[in-house]
Design a protein around this ligand. Sequence first.
Ligand SMILES: Cc1cc2nc3c(=O)[nH]c(=O)nc-3n(C[C@H](O)[C@H](O)[C@H](O)COP(=O)(O)O)c2cc1C
Length: 309
Amino acid sequence: MKSPDLSVQLAPRNKRGLLLSNPVLTASGTFGYGTEYAEVIDIQRLGAIICKGTTLKPRPGNPQPRLWETASGVFNSIGMENIGIDALIKQKAPLWAKWKVPVIVNILGESIEDYASLAKRLGKVAGVSGIEVNISCPNISAGGMEFGASPRSAAEVTAAVRAKTTLPVIVKLSPNVTDITKIAFAVEKAGADAISLINTLKGMSLDIKTRKPVLGNVSGGLSGPAIKPVALYMVYQVAQTVKVPVIGCGGIVSVSDALEFIMAGASAVQVGTANFTNPRAPLDIIAGIERFMKKEGIRRVTELIGVAL
Ligand SMILES: Cc1cc2nc3c(=O)[nH]c(=O)nc-3n(C[C@H](O)[C@H](O)[C@H](O)COP(=O)(O)O)c2cc1C
């Protein structure tokens, strides 16, 4: 059998499009700017890289400790430590422009105007293939999840970004809401080219010796295998609500995890926490999807999208 076709188009409504050679991306905040992993794995074989969340000004992040291991998961309360948009455009984008692998920039604002100006700044930067709008960060006092909590504010941010750029726009949703399908529907209507989900689930850990919360910021965002069933169900629900591509994320560590998300309706998947224990995880998953397709006689990965719906 000929090599199966793993390519996916994540922005079919967008003139510029976002065609990936395979459906496996690295999740924001778990893969730096890509450069950090370039000596460890062949990053050019990834479907795409989503860089660390980026704000208008550099941010120092929250007080330590900011990472805490839990049963089958990790809490983080990084609080958006990042170099800021100017340094990203000056130092990182010129490197990305030489890469084969597309890089998507994850953006985060404290106001709708912040999101709009970040999108405007990125529009014509060589090396940037798309924008992921983070309206789902649970670790900051202003912005982020605040905007992703209601269909109205989620749509306002999406429309503001849409108005400022022709780049493919992916909106990343929070699981910390009552009905994620309402938010998904609203952002699709407001102009999102694709929707990614989920960001981390808000929670906390206590230390019984100090009798205090372990994280410097008290609460954090839970990621890793513990959240996979929650993420999978939300992808399953959202994929039945919207027509734009859905990108699944949350606890994916193996090829069967990735295939479950694709069968539940995801056009692509993001690998996050798994990168910390196995930087090869995304490449192993790509190879595993190809093996599965050959074994099952499937020619195009798109044939598998949503077969469980
Ligand atoms: C240390 C850490 C930092 C993260 N930073 C970001 C970020 O900057 N922007 C964002 O949208 N998501 C961020 N996330 C969330 C991940 O991209 C992903 O949505 C979440 O971890 C669930 O996927 P996983 O279980 O595969 O890690 C971060 C997650 C972790 C663990």
